[in-house]
Design a binder for this molecule. Structure first.
Ligand SMILES: Cc1cc2nc3c(=O)[nH]c(=O)nc-3n(C[C@H](O)[C@H](O)[C@H](O)COP(=O)(O)OP(=O)(O)OC[C@H]3O[C@@H](n4cnc5c(N)ncnc54)[C@H](O)[C@@H]3O)c2cc1C
Length: 479
């Protein structure tokens, strides 16, 4: 007998025969609290989240996913879906219910002639980079290689190639997906086009993607990384200079502005450890010598403390932040905000937030994305993803080590985020993939999806009327 939580805020007892029948129909594993695999299987990126599902189904393939979804629907089980486990809100795991763990679905197959990759629903970005780089190809993803492809792509997918090649969803050709009725479907522009529209930005609301089919792109053996590091004393002038430079930068250049503290790691000079800095980081998609010329002004915005700009293999750039964000060891509370402008006053407020942040926070508390190029030229209603017409994405990404700091760190994030939102009237939602959205309810989800929300809700009615997939930025059915 197993006690397990349901969608109705209730608990039911699953008889031993029912569990046995499930076990014998699954090629992967059915893991319960007493099993040795339990703690590893329930673990996710954000060390703040310590939830205990009653049961974990670690799927070995599509048939297991179909079986798991049917079992969950039949018993109306509270169900969490884990792709790469990176969602900062922690929705990949639940207390008392069922966790469908996809980590074994991490295969990547590349057709180098057709420039297409088929990627499993539990693969990490590093799995994709590894396979595509072998053919001199790249797939637009995110900037930390341990991030799951599934959550990132169904939520949008911002990475270093977005200026020239668009977001991850803009490179998606099709998905194979198990919907809440346990049916396996294909969705593309030609097959189930409404479902294809919804999974490109609508998050995990519509089913479990078992395979993503992506277009790939040729990439130079090395691309130019712009990585000049400026002391925080120059933050205001560097931020303004970066903003002004980017206004006329080519699509090939994608940039993120980091407010950072130099970590105590050997590859940084010891005298700089612990120093607050700002970094107008960028990657140029094209020949590195061309990129070097383009980025030059970003290296001269003020006296430079340290400049580690260099041509690098793209796959190495994709891993450069990994050591600062160890899986499961970081506690994090993040809030994001789309912004329509960055005037001097707003820039100064951001710098003030950086300098005033809790000093127990870890190294990279604020990140500002300049949203330019191809990703911003896709109409807002072409996919479910709503964030095409914004100029910036601001992230308050506070991470820390000691649970005793949870309350003060969360309070700081919320207060800085609220100030930015209210003082400058930035009311258009956020990139929910980088957001502890659970605290802000349906209003926040609606604000973010804007005009796309009614169509998403109609599709939710069609594909998941019981709201089985609700542990996500949830679009509830209309009833
Ligand atoms: C350190 C770090 C760096 C990041 N960098 C970037 C970045 O550069 N660019 C960017 O765009 N985002 C980035 N993100 C955010 C990232 O996109 C989200 O965290 C995303 O949810 C990660 O996907 P995942 O599969 O690992 O998530 P999980 O935590 O496993 O899942 C999150 C949600 O996604 C859904 N989901 C998971 N698997 C599936 C599936 N197979 N089918 C359907 N739905 C599924 C479920 O609703 C689940 O609740 C980063 C996050 C972190 C923590």
């Amino acid at each position: 007998m197993l006690q397990i939580a349901t969608l109705d805020d209730d608990t039911i007892s699953l008889p031993a025969e029912s569990l046995e029948a499930l076990r014998s129909s699954i090629r992967g594993e059915v893991i319960c609290q007493d099993d040795t695999a339990y703690d590893l299987a329930r673990g996710i990126f954000n060390g703040m989240i310590d939830r205990h599902p009653a049961m974990i189904i670690r799927c070995s393939g599509v048939a297991d996913v179909m079986r798991a979804v049917r079992f969950a629907a039949e018993h109306r089980l509270l169900t969490a879906v884990r792709g790469g486990g990176h969602g900062i809100a922690g929705t990949a795991v639940c207390d008392g219910g069922l966790m469908i763990n996809l980590e074994r679905l991490n295969s990547v197959r590349v057709d180098p002639q057709a420039k297409i990759a088929w990627v499993g629903g539990g693969a990490a970005l590093g799995d994709v980079d590894h396979e595509t780089a072998a053919h001199g190809l790249a797939c637009p993803g995110g900037v930390v290689s341990t991030t799951g492809v599934a959550g990132l792509t169904t939520g949008g997918g911002y990475g270093w190639l977005r200026g020239k090649l668009g977001m991850s969803i803009d490179n998606l050709r099709a998905v194979e997906i198990v919907t809440a009725d346990g049916q396996f479907r294909r969705a593309s522009e030609a097959e189930n086009p409404d479902l294809f529209w919804a999974v490109r930005g609508g998050g995990g609301n519509f089913g479990i993607v078992t395979t993503f089919e992506f277009n790939l792109h040729p990439i130079e053996p090395e691309v130019m990384l712009c990585n000049p590091i400026y002391a925080a004393e120059h933050a205001r002038e560097v931020l303004r200079g970066w903003r002004d430079f980017m206004a006329t930068a080519p699509d090939e250049l994608t940039t993120e502005f980091f407010f950072w503290t130099i970590p105590p790691m050997d590859h940084f000079p010891e005298e700089l450890h612990g120093k607050d800095v700002v970094v107008p980081c960028a990657v140029y998609y094209g020949p590195p010598e061309e990129g070097e010329k383009v980025i030059q002004p970003l290296r001269e915005l003020a006296p430079v403390l340290l400049d580690i700009s260099a041509p690098m293999p793209f796959v190495e750039i994709q891993q450069m932040f990994d050591p600062y964000l160890p899986y499961g060891e970081v506690i994090g509370y993040w809030k994001a905000l789309y912004m329509d402008r960055m005037n001097d006053d707003m820039a100064d407020t951001l710098v003030d937030h950086f300098l005033d942040r809790p000093k127990n926070g870890r190294i990279c508390p604020l990140v500002l994305h300049y949203l330019n190029g191809v990703s911003q030229r896709v109409p807002n209603d072409a996919t479910a993803f709503p964030g095409r017409n914004w100029s910036y994405l601001m992230e308050y990404n506070l991470t820390w080590n000691d649970p005793a700091d949870d309350e003060s760190c969360i309070a700081w994030v919320r207060s800085a985020w609220n100030e930015m939102r209210d003082k400058y009237q930035q009311h258009g939602g956020a990139y929910l993939n980088i957001d502890s959205y659970s605290d802000d309810g349906l209003a926040w989800v609606k604000e973010t999806f804007g005009d796309n929300f009614p169509r998403l809700q109609a599709l939710k009615d069609q594909y998941d009327p019981m709201n089985l997939f609700r542990l996500n930025p949830n679009i509830p059915p209309s009833e």
